[in-house]
Every structure is written in structure tokens, then in C-alpha cells.
Ligand binder design. Structure first.
Ligand SMILES: Cc1cc2nc3c(=O)[nH]c(=O)nc-3n(C[C@H](O)[C@H](O)[C@H](O)COP(=O)(O)OP(=O)(O)OC[C@H]3O[C@@H](n4cnc5c(N)ncnc54)[C@H](O)[C@@H]3O)c2cc1C
Length: 389
């Protein structure tokens, strides 16, 4: 986990590690058992200047590289999946506000998200639209100086806790993607907005996931981010960042489960023993370490591409999201097996990491959808190679 990567700021990572050791790791089992929202850890990360790492320092961020963010999130995920999801959602909300919000919107909300004095949320998915955003049915209808919003969002992280929500809605369902428009909602001022109760889930139990219902919810025109129809390109840029987050979580879940097995094996002298059983375990750990190291290098390399390219490296991000989140589940499952019956014990934490890992394959665009994006990129590259020949 400590192999240096040129673009990662290890001074920041040292601070992340200290918050993990002090608060995040010791609270992880309780957060999972009780479904407690990890407010304390989120505040501690923000108090340490780590609230939204990549955001400009002028807006309260740390001005860090995407690879520093990925490495930090990887480590937080290895300690506590719920905390990592709440933490990354703060960034997922701040990033589109920074990209497309007015100066007033940015200056009002981004510093508060960085300080964690506000909780943020990003609301895209609907009961019938997520993978296929052109089917979006939450409508924002213009009415004088206002929009009236009607519809339902679902599976929204932090939604019931949010002070500010980046909402994607359509101004006209007939327009498909061209009607998608982004709005910035101050939840303290909303009438006709009802968050649902936190859903009961397989893992990441402290990270709240809810429906958001809008019934004739009137919002001022000044809540719009950009122009009508500007939402779809913003959404595409936003999901690139959130897919890096999911990928970092995948590597983190794998690393966390691997670390559990190493400590467990070390305590039983299985790392030095020459018995056949112990050596099988040692060889398996060597193989898993190779898989995790390769995935981490891929994650950090694609993170560097995100910072270096003017255009989002969509296919590379899909590839890393798909690869790393699949790794998270398969390595965590293998680690649970390697522990034998102890793998089933809550006190060791490997079973929690396995439960936390599965959903990262599903959110931020399922891995089937990522496969489609990568397949399209392969087809485009092949077609252009044929045209050039
Ligand atoms: C814990 C959690 C937190 C979440 N947080 C947020 C959040 O904060 N904000 C937000 O907006 N959303 C959030 N989501 C929603 C999540 O991003 C979506 O559920 C996910 O991207 C899948 O989209 P969908 O719901 O439209 O699923 P569907 O598209 O309905 O997927 C159903 C199945 O169909 C498959 N499928 C879909 N299209 C195709 C296709 N063309 N070809 C082949 N297979 C296909 C999928 O792979 C999947 O297996 C969250 C979800 C979860 C579970």
C-alpha cells in the first residue's frame, strides 16, 4: 500500500491515515452494526483540511491531484465503506457546482461542502432512469421566475441528510438528453420536497440511501446551473469523477480484506510456517497482492489521465471502474474463504468489506454498462483504424 506514486501527495495521505487510525477504523464495526451516519469521521476529515481534496484551495479544498484523492479514498474504503461513500458524495456534489454553478452558487456551497458544514448530494437516478438518462421523468416546468419540479429520484446517497442537492431534471421529456438541466437545491428552503426513509441494504449501512420525492416543488430560476439543456454534458463529466471514486473503493475493499488475512495469518505464524497448508496460503497472498498492486497502478494511472486530459477519458475510466470494483468483490470473497470459519466473524471485518464491495459494481453505472462503453470504444478505434488503412 505504500509504493510511492509520483502524483500522489503523501503529506496529505499521512493526515488521512491518522484520521483513519483515530476515528474511521475504530468506528467501522459500530457504524455497520447500527447504520449510524458517519458524521464524526466526515467532520474530522474536513477539520483536517481534507473535505473535498481536489477542490481549489481558494474554495476551501486541498488543491490535490485526482490520484491523491483516489489513494485517500482507497484507504478510507479499506477501513470503512460507509464513511468512504459519504465522503466521496461530498466531492460528487461539489464538483458539478464548481464546474457549472454561478460564482454565487460556487462561493456559497463549495466551501461549506469542503468544511462539511453542509452535506451534499447528487440526484440523477429515477425508478425508470439511470443507465438510460434520456428516460428521465422528473420535470422542471418553467413558471415565471420559478421552476415547478415534479417527480421522484431514487437510490440517492446522503439524500435525507443533504443541505444542498445537485438535481438533474428535464425541462421537457420530449427533448430526451437535450432537455436535461441541472439545478442546485437548498433543502432548507424547499416546499414539496420529501426525502424517504433510509433503505435497508446489504452493506455500507451507515451511508444513507433514500428516495427523493418532488411534488409541485417551486424553486427560483436562480437555482438553475447553466442554461436549460446544459445538464447532460455536466452529468457526463460528473460520472467520470464518481466512477474514479467507485474504482478507488474497489481497490480499497480488496486491500482491506487482504490486510485482515495478513494480520490473521501472522498471528498464527502462517506467514513463516513451511507446512503445505501455510505455503498454499502464502502463495495465494502473493497472487492477491499482485492483483491489488496492478489494479492500484491502473487506478492511479487513469486518475493522472483525468487530470492531464482536456477531455474526460471516458472509456479508460469505465475500464478502471469495471476492473477495480470487480476486483473488490472477488478479492474480498477470496479473503473470507482464506480465513475459514473466521471469515464469517463480524469482529474480523472481512465479511463487512465483502458486503460493502458488491454495490460498487452496481452504482455509478453498472459494470455491464461500463462494458458497453468500453466495447463502443474498441469498435470506434477499430473503425477508425480501418478507415485510416
Ligand atoms: C447504494 C447506492 C447508492 C447510490 N447513490 C446514488 C446517488 O447518490 N445518486 C444517483 O443519482 N444515483 C445513485 N445510485 C443509483 C445507481 O447509480 C444506479 O442504480 C445504477 O447506475 C444503475 O442504474 P439503474 O438504476 O438505471 O439500473 P438499470 O439500468 O435499471 O439496471 C438494471 C439491470 O439492467 C442492466 N442494464 C441496464 N441497461 C443495460 C444495457 N443497455 N445493456 C445491458 N444491460 C443493461 C444493468 O446492468 C442491471 O443489471 C445509487 C445506487 C445504490 C445501490
Amino acid at each position: 500500500m505504500n509504493t510511492p506514486w509520483a502524483s500522489v501527495d503523501y503529506d496529505i495521505i499521512d493526515i488521512v491515515d491518522s484520521v483513519i487510525a483515530r476515528t474511521i477504523a475504530p468506528e467501522a464495526e459500530t457504524i455497520d452494526a447500527t447504520g449510524t451516519f458517519p458524521s464524526v469521521a466526515i467532520s474530522e476529515l474536513a477539520d483536517a483540511g481534507l473535505g473535498v481534496l481536489q477542490m481549489h484551495k481558494s474554495l476551501g479544498g486541498a488543491g490535490a491531484s485526482t490520484s491523491t484523492y483516489a489513494e485517500a479514498l482507497l484507504r478510507i474504503s479499506a477501513a470503512c465503506g460507509a464513511t468512504s461513500t459519504v465522503y466521496m458524495t461530498q466531492m460528487h456534489a461539489a464538483h458539478p457546482i464548481h464546474l457549472q454553478g454561478s460564482q454565487e452558487q460556487s462561493e456559497r456551497w463549495v466551501p461549506r461542502l469542503c468544511k462539511a458544514t453542509a452535506i451534499g448530494s447528487i440526484a440523477l437516478t429515477e425508478p425508470g432512469a439511470g443507465s438510460d438518462v434520456s428516460s428521465m421523468r422528473t420535470v422542471a416546468r418553467r413558471d415565471g421566475d420559478s421552476y415547478i419540479v415534479n417527480g421522484e429520484k431514487t437510490f440517492i446517497s446522503n439524500g435525507d441528510r443533504a443541505d444542498v442537492i445537485v438535481l438533474f431534471a428535464t425541462v421537457d421529456t420530449a427533448l430526451g438528453k437535450s432537455g436535461i438541466t441541472a439545478f442546485l437545491l437548498d433543502t432548507a428552503t424547499l416546499d414539496g420536497f420529501v426525502p424517504g426513509a433510509p433503505m435497508k441494504k446489504l452493506g455500507q449501512k451507515g451511508a444513507s440511501t433514500v428516495t427523493l420525492s418532488f411534488q409541485d416543488c417551486r424553486i427560483p430560476v436562480s437555482a438553475r446551473m447553466g442554461e436549460e439543456g446544459d445538464g447532460y454534458p455536466l452529468l457526463l463529466r460528473s460520472v467520470v469523477r464518481s466512477r474514479i471514486s467507485a474504482a478507488a473503493q474497489g481497490v480499497g475493499f480488496a486491500q482491506g480484506a487482504f490486510d485482515v488475512v495478513v494480520s490473521w495469518a501472522n498471528a498464527r505464524d502462517l506467514l513463516s510456517s513451511k507446512t503445505t497448508h501455510a505455503q498454499d496460503l502464502q502463495f495465494e497472498l502473493a497472487r492477491l497482492r499482485g492483483d491489488i498492486t496492478a489494479a492500484r497502478a491502473m487506478l492511479l494511472s487513469v486518475s493522472d489521465q483525468v487530470d492531464a486530459s482536456a477531455e474526460e477519458p471516458v472509456a479508460e475510466v469505465s475500464l478502471v471502474k469495471m476492473h477495480c470494483t470487480t476486483l473488490g468483490t472477488t478479492v474480498a470473497a477470496r479473503c473470507v474463504e482464506l480465513l475459514g470459519p473466521d471469515g464469517d466473524l463480524v469482529s474480523l471485518g472481512a465479511e463487512r468489506l465483502l458486503r460493502d464491495a458488491k454495490v460498487a459494481e452496481i452504482y455509478d453505472g453498472t459494470n455491464q454498462v461500463q462494458s458497453m462503453l468500453v466495447a463502443r470504444d474498441i469498435r470506434l478505434a477499430a473503425t477508425s483504424a480501418t478507415a485510416d488503412a
